[in-house]
Design a protein around this ligand. Structure first.
Ligand code: 26Q
Length: 834
């Protein structure tokens, strides 16, 4: 990388450098060199790969910013409604490749980079992804920003600029070990610091009653502590459109005033301590994908970013000459789960305490502005905060919540006289035991729309978790099934398949995915096409095999069936059911080496929350089974088990395109939607799955004959639970299951250690909360059909084509259109590309 790679044909001119508007390869190459020299102050001869990456990123960013300016000029009008997507997580993934593709600069950039003696894929690989999310929920927010920009809908994503994102995962002796994610280590060329866009956010303290100028009673909150939030902007391009969206993340810093105070008192160290304490607020993302404990800092993070964001919207409204009364006309605010649900109380506080509005109009506006998306049915994952903690962080907000609750429960009493049990169930304050604030109730009461993320999930939401609320206001509830962006997860991640598709049906599918991909059905019987389809899959599997080898040292056979499960580790997702099948298959192969089964490679990936022991033990079990299976000469050519460490968006982009089989095997009724299921299907993997989350709709879309279904459905799970479930019966009655569990418990996969996996096996035999044993036989039988199916390759490939052809509706563009029409009432505002 240490050459001066400028061919003689380049006119070495820098007169136009950063202002060059031309997107030709020559112009791009020149801009890269200029950026290297004049922005980074680096000599090409000694520039590192990272220097070149930054130079390229800045060059691409510059071209994106031109469109951003055009976007601003188009949408900065008081009659354009803007979507504000509030989310504690945005799992954006690497930005460079996606931006190049969206701007239509791929070919010219490749040429430009080559002319400099560099390789584009090399530079793309250099980018460290911002892991500012745990998994599905954060990635969904990122897909939605892509679709919002592509559909030319004015939108801002508001969130938190964590200094440390989701931890990096290493595997040591088969165990997960966590290390800090230092994603900002080498700088972040995409973000633009906006020191002038900053808000002081209060915490703690007390409230008092005062009279305003007109003599009306008002509440004043006197916080005990202030922290400053500073905007960091990342432009997000749409696909081949003029629109560029905005991701605005808030970083916490010390307030000058507080610094200054301590300094004046002669307390220099006190001032520095204050500074450190303030900056801690956005230091780290909580690595749990469900709340646990009442962590004060987490509540502070939530309030911090919500307050900055709402005040930012108010600033824009008033700055653009709008009236306070029009707030809900200008902004449609979506709450991504309950994490930003303090917005209900904060917007009320801002409108009343800071802007002098009365309760009724403020409440009307708040409800018309906010809408809430629920992402979970798991009772343990519903967010609640202990009252004393809440009161000490947000005393004024608690007063407002009490008043919201008082008025709301009056309405409930009016509608259901004498039903005090209902009133207690619906209260925003949980009074049973330790008193707590129920954030889902707050979000539901304070919003004009509540949606689930898949049809089944929404149905269960209305009949179960939020049943009383649904009875009170049925029309408030609606479904918006999740989606994923076909730009990142098909076009960018799977260029081979994307070109093959484009060759046959043209390139309209990238934006009109549902409408166009169906046209592939016409080729599902075309032998030449199926051959090409298979070759692409084969190449993708080779790429994954290379990654696996590099990360684990294990060689896998690209001819084998790639059976893949990648997602966060959770007992309800049942990675251990997958493991039980592997053990059973291993035993079958050993007992009957002549069995006609296709060679299989089982691929796992995913992180476990650092404090979630059961999940970490499942990761350990996968490594234990891999160690035995991969070394056994009787099976090693037919069975491989690998765990790809540190699963993230980047790794996902190599894994989804290489999968033959997608494992979506959660206990029915537990997975709200799933989005990995969509990414796999869009890349031609067939699904083995339960009737859970969006699997139900995927199966409807692709046809039941093209989906491997097994297991109990949600109703059956519920009745089994109610009727007293006895997992031991399955253990006793199914010899294959018994053998597998005995082996695991007995140390067969832990070098003879009969203690290691005992908690896991004991949990399954005594309680089996997630019904693995109940579903085992059905799963194994279904896997037999999978194996047989894979041996008939032409038929399998046909099914694969039909999957891709029929899952266009799981594009996040469709989801965003539904939000836009049913909830936000916003429309596209085309931007003339500059
Ligand atoms: C909350 C409070 C305190 C600490 C952590 C949290 C927290 C953080 C992340 C709670 C939940 C999450 C993430 C949840 C999540 O990813 N849910 C998934 O959302 C996807 C998008 O809708 C669905 O497809 C998945 O089914 C759902 O599990």
């Amino acid at each position: 990388m240490a050459q001066e790679p400028r061919p003689a044909s380049f006119p070495p001119s820098s007169d136009q450098n950063l202002h060059n508007n031309d997107a030709s390869p020559q112009a791009i190459a020149r801009a890269i060199l200029d950026s290297l020299r004049y922005v980074q102050g680096r000599l090409p001869r000694i520039a590192t790969r990272n220097d070149w990456y930054i130079a390229l990123a800045l060059t691409v960013r510059e071209r994106m910013l031109r469109r951003w300016i055009a976007t601003l000029q188009t949408i900065l009008r008081p009659d354009v409604r803007v979507v504000s997507y509030l989310s504690a997580e945005f799992l954006m993934g690497p930005h460079l490749g996606n931006t190049i593709v969206n701007l239509g600069l791929l070919d010219d950039t490749r040429k430009a980079v080559e002319s400099l003696g560099l390789d584009l894929d090399d530079l793309l690989a250099q980018e460290e992804e911002p892991g500012l999310g745990n998994g599905g929920l954060g990635r969904l927010a990122a897909c939605y920003l892509d679709s919002l920009a592509t559909l030319e809908i004015p939108a801002i994503g508001y969130g938190i600029r964590y200094e440390f994102g989701i931890f990096d995962q290493e595997i040591r002796d088969g165990w997960q070990a966590e290390t800090t994610d230092k994603w900002l280590r080498y700088g972040n060329p995409w973000e633009i610091l906006r020191p002038e866009i900053a808000y002081d956010v209060g915490f703690g303290g007390r409230t008092e009653w005062v009279r305003d100028a007109e003599g009306r009673a008002r509440v004043r909150w006197i916080p005990e502590r202030l922290v400053k939030g500073i905007a960091h902007d990342t432009p997000v391009s749409g696909y081949r459109v003029g629109t560029v969206g905005l991701l605005r993340l808030w970083k916490a810093e010390a307030c000058e005033s507080f610094d200054f105070q301590a300094f004046n008192l002669g307390d220099y160290y006190g001032a520095v301590e204050e500074k450190v304490a303030s900056e801690n607020l956005t230091k780290v993302l909580y690595p749990n994908d469900e709340p646990q404990g009442g962590k004060r800092l987490r509540l502070e993070q939530q309030y911090f970013f919500v307050s900055c964001s709402l005040r930012d919207m108010l600033r824009m409204l008033l700055g653009w000459g709008g009236r306070l009364e029009d707030f809900h006309e200008l902004f449609a605010v979506q709450l991504n789960d309950t994490h930003p649900s303090i917005a209900v109380a904060e917007l009320m506080r801002l409108l009343m305490d800071e802007h002098g509005m009365e309760w009724d109009p403020a409440w009307e506006m708040t409800r018309r502005t906010l809408a809430y998306t629920n992402h979970t049915l798991l009772p343990e994952a519903l967010e609640t905060w202990p009252l004393p903690l809440f009161a000490s962080v947000l005393p004024r907000h608690l007063e407002i919540i009490y008043e919201i609750n008082r008025r709301f429960l009056d309405e409930v009493r009016l509608r259901f006289p004498g039903d005090e049990a209902r009133v207690a169930r619906m209260s925003i304050i949980d009074e049973g035991g330790e008193r707590r604030v129920r954030m889902a109730h707050l979000a539901t009461v304070g919003s004009h729309a509540v949606n689930g993320v898949a049809a089944l999930h929404t149905r269960l939401l209305a009949s179960d978790v939020l049943r009383d609320f649904h009875e009170l206001e049925p029309t408030k509830f609606l479904n918006v099934t999740n989606g994923v962006t076909p730009r990142r997860f098909l076009l960018l991640a799977n260029p081979g398949l994307a070109s093959l598709i484009t060759e046959r049906i043209g390139e309209r599918w990238v934006r009109h995915t549902e409408e166009e991909l169906v046209r592939l059905e016409a080729f599902a019987g075309d032998a030449g096409f199926l051959d090409a389809w298979r070759r692409v899959k084969r190449e993708n599997k080779e790429r994954l095999a290379a990654l696996v080898r590099e990360r684990t040292g294990i060689a896998v056979d690209p001819e084998s069936l790639f059976d893949v499960q990648v997602k966060r580790f959770h007992e309800y997702k049942r990675q251990h059911l997958n493991v039980l099948h592997i053990v059973a298959l291993y035993n079958r192969l050993r007992a009957n080496p002549a069995a006609e089964l296709p060679p299989r490679t089982f691929v796992f990936g995913g992180k476990a929350a650092p404090g979630y022991f059961a999940a970490k033990l499942i990761i350990r079990l996968i490594h234990g089974v891999a160690e035995v299976v991969n070394a056994d000469p009787l099976t090693r050519d037919r069975l491989r088990v690998v765990f790809v460490p540190d699963f993230n968006v980047t790794v996902g982009q190599t894994i989804y395109p290489a999968a033959d089989l997608s494992e979506q095997i959660s206990t029915a009724g537990k997975e709200a939607s799933g989005t990995g299921n969509m990414k796999f299907a869009m890349n031609g993997a067939l699904t083995i799955g339960t009737l859970d989350g969006a699997n139900v709709e995927i199966r409807e879309a692709v046809g039941e004959e093209n989906f491997f279904l097994f297991g109990l459905n949600a109703d059956e799970v519920q009745s089994l639970r109610a009727g007293g479930y006895d997992p031991r019966r399955h253990y006793q009655e199914n010899p294959e299951l018994r053998e597998a569990l005995d082996q695991i418990a007995g140390g067969r996969f832990s070098r003879g250690d009969a203690r290691l996996f005992r908690p896991l096996v004991h949990g399954l035999l005594s309680r089996d909360e997630y019904f693995l044993l109940a579903d085992f036989a059905s799963y194994v039988a279904c896997q037999e059909r999978v194996g047989a199916g894979f041996l008939e390759r032409a038929r399998w490939d046909r099914m694969s084509v039909l999957n891709v052809a029929r899952v266009g509706r799981f594009s996040s563009d469709r989801s965003i259109r539904e939000y836009a029409e049913k909830i936000w009432e916003v429309r596209a505002i085309p931007v003339e590309p500059a």
